[in-house]
Write a protein that binds this ligand. Structure first.
Ligand code: ATP
Length: 300
């Protein structure tokens, strides 16, 4: 089953193509990260999904319904990049208002506040909230009802590290209950363990998509091997791995994916010289830099 289906979705603003024939399906329980440089088309894609913009080509379907329709709206929750709230209302009053708008019992406000860690601040005016607290009000608003699709535009901007961790834990919980989640972010390192699939937009086109493992396989980036010599064996180790770079008393070796086993065999064969070693895969930052760099090069 698919909750969100984009087919050849295209949007132009005058001569500027903001989104170019993007197709994407998201299933219940999937957490998908949308990455792309400024102006790549992420917000445009989200606005098309919400029915706030009309496409120039292609289609959007939310559980089979057109975006902006009553059913699609009841299934979709949205957290905009800079959620704005009435500063003179308290967090509780604001959420009661949103609950009423969505035809729900306003007494649910306290449970929502509790859920996003604002249980103690519900009686204070939003004007006095920090940026992170306002972001949490936005998240609480997005949790009203039982959204099947959550569209979150840079939701962790302004959140401190603990709040980010709590935020992703909440997303995990929602995904476990079957919500499909599409979130954009520039904070790549925090997405590595927290999303099931990564979609990369560049120059308005989708240039890569897959799990982190898929992207790693498709990339030509090497793994990095760190070797630490046994006492007094630094020079001998450097001779055994002449292609490595020395950094203090450690050696750093770039290891192409296809040579992984060969390099491990060489390490095992020289265990007399090696006290310890580490093997690290390219990070999402490395992969993203490679993918978007490649595309920028193509566009130049
Ligand atoms: N209302 C609009 N009118 C004209 N051009 C627009 C409009 N909205 C977006 N664009 C253009 O479409 C392109 C994609 O913009 P979009 O806001 O979707 O990018 P983004 O990936 O969300 O960027 P950011 O990371 O900066 O939020 C940009 O070139 C932008 O200038």
């Amino acid at each position: 089953m698919t909750i969100l289906a984009l087919t050849d979705l295209t949007k132009r603003f005058g001569k500027q193509t903001a989104l170019d024939a993007v197709s994407l399906d998201i299933s219940p329980g999937e957490r998908v990260a949308l990455l792309g440089h400024n102006g790549a088309g992420k917000s445009t894609m989200m606005k098309l999904i919400l029915g706030l913009l009309t496409p120039d080509g292609g289609t959007v379907q939310i559980a089979g319904h057109p975006p902006g329709s009553a059913v699609a709206r009841s299934l979709t929750a949205y957290l905009p990049e800079n959620a704005a709230f009435h500063p003179s209302l308290t967090g509780r009053e604001m959420l009661r208002h949103y609950l009423r708008l969505r035809g729900q019992d306003p007494r649910g406000a306290d449970a929502l506040l509790e859920k996003v860690g604002l249980g103690d601040a519900g009686g204070r005016r939003i004007g006095g909230y920090s940026k992170g607290m306002r972001q949490r009000v936005g998240l609480a608003q997005a949790l009203i009802g039982t959204p099947r699709l959550m569209v979150l535009d840079e939701p962790t901007t302004g959140l401190d590290p603990i709040s980010r961790r709590d935020f992703y834990a909440l997303l995990d919980e929602l995904a476990e209950r079957g919500a499909a989640i599409l979130l954009s972010s520039h904070a790549l390192s925090e997405l590595e363990a927290r999303t099931d699939r990564i979609v990369v937009l560049a120059q308005s086109r989708m240039v890569a998509q897959g799990t982190l493992a898929d992207l790693r396989r498709a990339a030509t980036l090497p793994l990095t091997v760190h070797l630490a010599a046994r006492a007094g064996q630094g020079a001998a180790l450097a001779q055994a791995f002449p292609e490595a770079q020395a950094e203090g008393d450690r050696l750093i070796l770039a290891c192409p994916q296809e040579d992984k086993l060969t390099v491990l065999e060489r390490i095992a064969a020289r265990r007399d010289l090696i006290a310890d070693f580490d093997l690290s895969s390219p990070t999402l930052d490395d992969l993203y830099a490679q993918i978007s760099g490649r595309e920028n090069g193509r566009a130049a």
